[in-house]
Design a protein around this ligand. Structure first.
Ligand SMILES: *[C@@H]1O[C@H](CO)[C@@H](O)[C@H](O)[C@H]1NC(C)=O
Length: 355
């Protein structure tokens, strides 16, 4: 406290230069109100950060936890960089009072779980990175207080499960990076409130199935990146339900099981004017000879076998029906003939008995 009171004086004295050290490890740039404390072996937050600081760089230190209200003396922060520390716990209310904070970088830490409480008071935050942590489950409402969030980076975690309404209250989101995680299924409802989402990056997961309705809430989606997943087939309806103006869809690097059905799905998708399958010509078939570079784009033969089968069945049925009709006709004629002869025979018998 004593130091904070002295600080304005210190700033005055130093106003001729543009920067000074407020501890031996941090450099303060007066004009841009930026405190640079990167790579300084801090294990705890430095106590003497000037209250006027708007940008605080604490990246690549050894911080391990952020306690409640940890930044209450620096309430003017707009940018806070905590990437490259060892943070494993974020207390509820850790960022309380940072009502001006717009960018928070928590990437490259050891965060394994998030509760909604961590985001208390971060109503102005526009950009949050939690990339390169150890998250495995995104709980419901874990971003509940982030009313202005535009960009969310969750790439390089171990996310396997996204609970319903995990992004429930962040309808302002424009971009989500979920690449390099362990997601296997996209369940209905997980993207339910994201009507402003423009970019959904799901590269490098293990997604093998998408629920039919999972994409339908994404009415602003411009880019859906499903590159390098485990998709072998898809349903037409899943993508048709994307009610957007125009959406680019990336599907390369999946083990497509190319058969007539899949080809039909893709042919129909290509005909939907608002959908653009940008890498359609490079989709590889896992079940066909790759040596020949067999890709979905230029094949026309997948349905030939099916057409032949249909043709054979049709012809067989036709022949059977014709044969049955012919047989029936023959039988009928035979019966008539027999009947005729019986009558003739009976008539001649009657003649004889008459005489
Ligand atoms: C997300 O984080 C990853 C890993 O730190 C980084 O490589 C990537 O550029 C980030 N993406 C965006 C869009 O910021």
């Amino acid at each position: 406290m004593h130091l904070l009171l002295v600080l304005p004086f210190v700033l005055e004295v130093q106003s001729r230069s543009t920067s000074h050290n407020f501890t031996s490890d941090c450099l303060y740039h007066v004009e841009i109100k930026a405190a640079n404390c990167t790579s300084s072996n801090f294990t705890h937050l430095p106590v003497s950060v000037p209250p006027s600081t708007e940008q605080l760089d604490l990246s690549f230190n050894h911080l391990s936890a952020i306690r409640p209200r940890a930044f209450q003396t620096t309430r003017r922060l707009r940018v806070l960089l905590l990437n490259g520390n060892s943070i494993s716990a974020l207390a509820d209310g850790a960022f309380l009072f940072l009502e001006n904070l717009q960018r928070l970088d928590l990437s490259r830490n050891r965060i394994s779980s998030l509760s909604g409480g961590f985001s208390l008071g971060l109503g102005s935050l526009r950009e949050l990175s939690l990339a390169e942590n150890k998250l495995s489950v995104m709980e419901s409402d874990c971003f509940v207080h982030l009313d202005s969030l535009h960009k969310l980076n969750l790439s390089h975690n171990a996310i396997k499960t996204i609970k319903m309404r995990a992004f429930g209250s962040t309808s302002t989101l424009r971009q989500i990076q979920l690449d390099w995680n362990n997601i296997t299924v996209l369940n209905n409802g997980i993207f339910s409130m994201l009507r402003n989402l423009e970019v959904l990056n799901l590269r490098h997961n293990q997604i093998h199935a998408l629920d039919v309705g999972v994409l339908s809430p994404l009415t602003s989606l411009a880019l859906l990146d499903l590159t390098n997943n485990n998709l072998s087939s898809i349903q037409f309806k899943t993508f048709l339900s994307l009610n957007t103006y125009s959406t680019h869809i990336m599907l390369q690097g999946n083990p497509w099981k190319c058969d007539c059905d899949l080809q039909r799905v893709f042919r129909k998708l290509c005909n939907v004017k608002r959908l653009f399958l940008d890498d359609y010509d490079s989709l590889n078939c896992s079940n066909l000879d790759e040596i020949h570079g067999y890709s979905m784009g230029f094949d026309t033969e997948l349905c030939v076998a099916e057409m032949v089968t249909v043709l054979v069945i049709t012809i067989t049925v036709f022949i059977t029906v014709v044969a049955a009709i012919v047989m029936a006709e023959k039988k009928r004629k035979k019966k008539i003939k027999e009947k005729h002869w019986t009558e003739v025979r009976e008539a001649s018998k009657a003649d004889r008995s008459y005489y």
